[in-house]
Design a protein around this ligand. Structure first.
Ligand code: ADP
Length: 159
């Protein structure tokens, strides 16, 4: 059985992430959504809130699992015996960061292959950060995130 591990902060999940998950489902028997802390970004939702949102959104799909990462991705992959990390690529701004991480993961665990999937052009410039900004400024985010996520964003950011 082939498992792909899509690691990210998902703070919150957007249609851009979902586009990548839909592509990954076609390539892997099982997709693990691995919710991770990103030290460079201050999170709006706790790891647990993010995990719960993902579980709710994908509850009908038995081949999609949700886990939280505590520690290094390379170690998680080794412990579970997984080999494939999935990452999404948007505009060229993602390349530098993604390549650094992919090379570092390979150094730490040579068994890892990172699979890059390109998003649909509709989502090329979509990021969780941008969606948070839109909702904070009372804009409409329904084109960018599922209803459940929009609701949670409004609860957090709506004053
Ligand atoms: P991280 O903080 O680990 O970058 P993100 O949740 O921001 O976590 O992103 C996780 C992965 O999903 C990254 O590979 C990122 O490039 C990708 N991603 C995020 N938004 C999009 C999008 N709109 N289209 C395609 N890939 C995306």
């Amino acid at each position: 059985m082939k498992t792909g591990v899509y690691a990210g902060s998902f703070d919150p999940i957007t249609f851009g992430h979902i586009d990548i998950i839909t592509r990954a489902e076609k390539l892997f028997d099982e997709v693990v959504l691995l919710v991770a802390e990103n030290k460079k970004k201050k999170a709006l939702f706790s790891l647990n809130e993010r995990k719960e949102m993902l579980e709710e959104l994908f509850k009908e799909k038995k081949h999609i699992k949700v886990e939280v990462l505590n520690g290094l991705l390379a170690e998680f992959m080794r412990e579970k015996g997984f080999h494939f990390v999935i990452r999404g690529l948007r505009a060229i701004s993602d390349f530098e960061f993604e390549f650094q991480h992919s090379i570092m993961n390979k150094e730490l665990n040579p068994e890892i292959e990172t699979v890059f999937l390109m998003t649909d052009r509709k989502y090329f410039y979509l990021s969780s950060g941008m969606v948070k900004e839109i909702v904070e400024l009372k804009g409409n985010a329904k084109e960018f995130v599922p209803k459940l996520v929009e609701q949670k964003l409004k609860e957090k950011l709506g004053k």
